[in-house]
Design a protein around this ligand. Structure first.
Ligand code: PAF
Length: 279
């Protein structure tokens, strides 16, 4: 992959990159189309498919993360993707099990709260694998989904701090007809869980409506209590976190107004779902 990328660089070909963990849905396809628009017809669009073990805790769903190589490559072909890069664990982390892999990338500020607090080793794995993928694919532009808002902010900071010569683009979340954010993990949901999972989108809509109809900023604590109750009435849903924050700094805020961001993580059955949006 890196040899190909170096040849593209030498010939001045622009490279657009979409890192994924596979089991692609329309949201991923929209990221690939966005990458195409940015590099043009003469550019190259690369999608990586790699379920990165270092961003999963031992208790999480690494071994059962959904995979469908045939469907993914078909989606990529239909979306006009030029190259699918699907490395193996052995090539990405050679010698890790034998203690011969020891370099990780850690962002120490934006990664601390929300996903970082709930999943302590997660962002270290994400920044490490994304840095490695950038060094292998050598993209001019990389496109990430807004559903993982904090991830995108952490990666943007890593790119700035470590001088990666590329542009990060964050593209809108794709949603099902009832508002549920598209996610590969939606495949885990039973029919009963699937209908309860829409509560994440409803919480966002309710928070947005409250902020829009209020004259001034709303107190986070009272709004939070109302939104938590919406989750609590779902028989199979359990709130992990719900946070109001500044979308640039990720700093939590008590005064919620237009432009404040809300992010939440909810277990529906055993499946952990996330969503976020601007209020
Ligand atoms: O968002 C994801 O799918 C993953 O975290 C990423 C960016 C592909 C890194 O493994």
């Amino acid at each position: 992959m890196q040899r190909l990328a170096l040849a593209w660089k030498r010939s001045g070909t622009r490279v657009g990159f979409v890192p994924t963990m596979g089991y692609l849905h329309e949201g991923h396809v929209s990221l690939a189309r966005d990458a195409r628009r940015r590099v043009g017809k003469s550019g190259i669009v690369v999608v990586s498919i790699y379920v990165n073990p270092t961003q999963f805790a031992p208790t999480e769903d690494l071994s059962r993360y959904p995979r469908d190589w045939a469907r993914d490559t078909k989606s990529c072909r239909e979306a006009g993707v030029d190259v699918v890069f699907a490395p193996t664990d052995a090539s990405m982390y050679a010698g890790r099990d034998a203690g011969r892999y020891s370099t990780y990338v850690v962002e120490e500020s934006l990664a601390k709260g929300m996903e970082g607090a709930s999943r302590p080793a997660h962002f270290r794995g994400v920044t490490t694998v994304v840095a490695k993928l950038f060094n292998v694919v050598l993209p001019d532009v990389a496109v990430f989904g807004a559903k993982d808002w904090q991830q995108a902010a952490v990666i943007r900071r890593m790119v700035a701090d470590l001088n990666f010569p590329l542009k990060i683009v964050v593209a809108p979340t794709w949603r099902e007809a009832d508002g549920l954010a598209m996610s590969s993990r939606n495949a885990y949901l039973s029919p009963a869980e699937r209908s309860q999972a829409v509560v994440l989108a409803r919480v966002l809509a309710e928070a947005r409506a409250s902020v829009r109809k209020s004259r001034g900023p709303v107190q986070a604590s009272s709004l939070r209590a109302r939104l938590e109750a919406m989750v609590a009435v779902q028989p199979d849903a359990r709130l992990d976190y719900l946070e109001f924050f500044d979308p640039e700094t990720m700093v939590p805020t008590e005064r919620v107004g237009r432009g404040t961001h809300l992010a939440l993580a909810v277990f529906v059955g055993k499946t952990r779902l996330i969503d976020n949006g601007r209020l």
